[in-house]
Design a protein around this ligand. Structure first.
Ligand SMILES: Cc1cc2nc3c(=O)[nH]c(=O)nc-3n(C[C@H](O)[C@H](O)[C@H](O)COP(=O)(O)O)c2cc1C
Length: 390
């Protein structure tokens, strides 16, 4: 498959739709209920516009950022994605390698299709994302991550119970897959995907395969996001004490929660609404960023949810994010071509970021600030191709 003719994440998404059967594409692309949070995430970017400040020398540009002791080539990382094996065999290792080659952060999901040990071997700088299932299982996963050399733990806190993704319910997506005649017809329209699955087997959640949760029923419970709904601030504080390295809290929108996470010892937070996949009718994620940044009082605030363009990244950075993460964008590339597809997505965003930075009149990420933004005065509802239903 020739990716040379793909010029944007929107085009990569369209190609991914042609590569994946409906049930896999919808799992990747969809959001909760009416997908209003997902739409709000995109719309939030349209409410800020960039203000260029030309006549600065931008002939040499530097998009790198330093997070703690590590310098990364871009202010952009790959967000954790569960069950990515549904898009490509060996998905997590492929994405982790693409991130390592691009010298950007990679967050490995609890629900990865390859084991965390395998992924850490492919990318020793990977961070591990923890879904809090029950205390014993969480501790065992943390121990494994620590033993595998992981230095940053990302605790996802926005899935106390699973959001209802109606596309998945309508498609009959479950673990393991039970083929209905309708599903079979859909799969047969994507013979390359079927051949890959036949060759490599159905993906499962490798980290849960071992120890306490060897059976597919427990994995299915995770897929349905049967998280530990009793997990609260007190237990987060306890978990903080049990992890000796960087701890990042993912999935906060309220400024008071950001302040509380830092007060109990978090090293960073991710302002995120899970890409609109959990609570529907939530605020567009970018709207939460300015107050979150001010509550953080100089500590790192990361951002994800809705990024499809380099200019989106610039807006989040100008609002004070230290770095951003992308979920669906690299997975569209993965679905098209595995590791080179992920590299393509990163490359597109990196190129757009570099061009927009130069046109804004900045030669480095550090020069970006709130002065490069104005709130949009247009109230028409902007809908990009990416929001259109497939
Ligand atoms: C298919 C899919 C699976 C995901 N799985 C996880 C996961 O296992 N853990 C997690 O913390 N977030 C998960 N997320 C949320 C992402 O980490 C991230 O917050 C979101 O995708 C960002 O929005 P974007 O896709 O618009 O970039 C998932 C997202 C998608 C699209």
């Amino acid at each position: 498959m020739n990716l040379d003719r793909i010029h944007s994440i929107h085009e990569l998404r369209a190609l991914a739709q042609r590569c994946l059967p409906r049930l896999a594409f919808d799992y990747l692309d969809g959001g909760a209920e009416d997908e209003r949070t997902m739409a709000a995430n995109r719309f939030a970017f349209e409410q800020w516009q960039l203000v260029p400040r030309p006549l600065h020398n931008v002939s040499v540009r530097d998009c790198s950022v330093k997070l703690w002791e590590q310098r990364w080539a871009l202010p952009l990382g790959i967000a954790p994605i569960g069950l990515a094996g549904l898009f490509w065999p060996g998905a997590d290792v492929a994405a982790a390698r693409a991130a390592a080659e691009a010298r950007i952060p990679y967050i490995l999901s609890t629900a990865s299709s390859s084991s965390l040990e395998e992924v850490m071997e492919a990318n020793p700088l990977a961070w591990f994302q923890l879904y809090v299932l029950n205390e014993e299982l969480s501790l065992s996963l943390m121990r494994r991550a620590l033993n595998a050399g992981c230095r940053a733990l990302v605790v996802t806190v926005d899935v106390a119970v699973g959001g209802r993704r109606e596309r998945d319910l309508n498609n009959g997506l479950q673990q393991p897959l039970c083929l209905s005649p309708r599903m079979l017809a859909g799969l047969l329209a994507r013979p390359r995907w079927v051949a890959q699955m036949l060759r490599h087997g159905q993906p499962d959640m490798a980290n849960l395969r071992s120890e306490q949760a060897g059976d597919t029923a427990t994995q299915a419970a995770l897929l349905a996001r049967k998280m530990d709904a009793g997990f609260d601030w007190e237990r987060l504080a306890r978990l903080r004490g049990q992890w000796p390295h960087q701890l990042i809290v993912k999935g906060l929108l309220h400024a008071e929660d950001v302040a509380r996470a830092f007060s109990l010892g978090a090293d960073a937070v991710v302002v995120s609404n899970h890409g609109g996949r959990q609570l529907d009718a939530a605020m567009g994620c970018l709207h939460a960023l300015p107050e979150a940044v001010s509550a953080a009082q100089g500590k790192p605030v990361f951002f994800d949810s809705g990024i499809r363009r380099g200019s989106d990244i610039l807006k989040a950075l100008a609002l004070g994010a230290s770095a951003v993460f992308v979920g669906r964008a690299p997975m569209y590339g993965l679905a098209c071509q595995g590791q080179p597809g992920v590299a393509k997505a990163i490359g597109l965003l990196a190129q757009e970021l570099d061009i927009s930075l130069a046109l804004l009149g900045c030669s480095s990420i550090a020069q970006l600030n709130h002065g490069h933004l104005r709130q949009s005065t247009c109230n028409h509802h902007f809908r990009s191709q990416v929001e259109a239903s497939p």
